[in-house]
Each structure stands twice: as structure tokens, then as C-alpha cells.
Write a protein that binds this ligand. Sequence first.
Ligand code: HEC
Length: 156
Amino acid sequence: MKWKNKSITGSMLSLTLASSLICASPVAWADDIERAVEYRQGVMNVFGWNMKAMSNMMKGKIPFDQKVFAHHAKDLASASGLNLLPGFPEDSESEESDALPEIWMEFDDFEAKYQKLAEAARSLSETAVNGDKASLGKALETTGKACKACHKKYKN
Ligand code: HEC
């Protein structure tokens, strides 16, 4: 009798546990997606901040200063050296996100495009140390193309 009671309590407990897990997991997942979206958008904004400053200099909207330019190039190279792929967990679409589902259908290509950006940004940063303005302009253009190549295919 005692044993039987224990077993009932035990199975009731596991039932409660199981149902709370079932209920809790979609909530946790939505929260994880939100955090991933914030993370990747945050890093993208770091890219955007530095690209904008460099392109404004090239366009003459702000005075060209090689030291400042080199600093932005270095920050862009550092940021694109981050492994951003964990910021794109499978099927992490949301209302706040402009990420397209194609990302997870062609993840190898997505990764390759991210790699291309990292290479372009590294090269831009190396050029910025003592390259002339024309070669900086060229390296910046190559970097901008790496951004656009990915956005065109994978961003809304
Ligand atoms: C490998 C693909 C890829 C590359 C390369 C890439 N992006 Fe993005 N970018 C995305 C995706 C996908 C989004 C949408 C993310 C989201 O909303 O979840 C995005 C979003 C953005 C956003 C909007 C962020 C926000 O707050 O909504 C900016 C700004 C941006 N990217 C700038 C850049 C710049 C500048 C570069 C190049 C230096 C770059 N990106 C390179 C894929 C890429």
C-alpha cells in the first residue's frame, strides 16, 4: 500500500514535470530567437556605423583623414572577425527581423558570403595603414560589394 502510494506520487510528479517542459520550451525558444536577432542586428549596426563613416569620407561629406579612416577599417575588420553564425540559429525568423528563410536553405553559401566580407574587411584594414586614397576607395568598394551580395539574397 505504501509502495503503491509512492508510485502514484512519482508518476504524477513526472507528469507535472513533462507538461511544464512542454509548456516552457516554446517560450524559451522565442526568447532565444529574440536574443539572437538582437545580437546579429547589433553586430550589423557596428558594420553599418563604420562603413558609413568611411564612405562619407570617400564622398567628401566629411573631411578625409587617413588615421580616422584606418581606425574605422580596423574596427570593421575586428567586428567581421566575430563568428556571427551562432547569431543565425536555424529558422530564427521573427517580426523584428529582416532575415530571409533562404539563409537556412543555403547556409554554406551564407557562411561563404560572411567569410568573403571578413576577408575584404581585413584587406581594407591592411590597405588603410599606408595605402593612397585611390586604393582605399577600391578596397572600400570591394567591402561594400560583400555586404550587398549577402543582403541581396538573404535580407528583406
Ligand atoms: C553573410 C551575410 C551578410 C553580410 C556579409 C552582411 N550582412 Fe548585414 N544583414 C544580413 C542579414 C541577414 C540582416 C538581417 C538581420 C535581421 O534583421 O535579423 C542584415 C542586416 C543589416 C543591417 C540592419 C540591422 C538592423 O538593426 O536591423 C545593417 C545596418 C547591415 N546589415 C549592415 C551591413 C554592412 C554595412 C555589411 C558589410 C560591411 C553587412 N551588413 C554585411 C546579412 C549580412
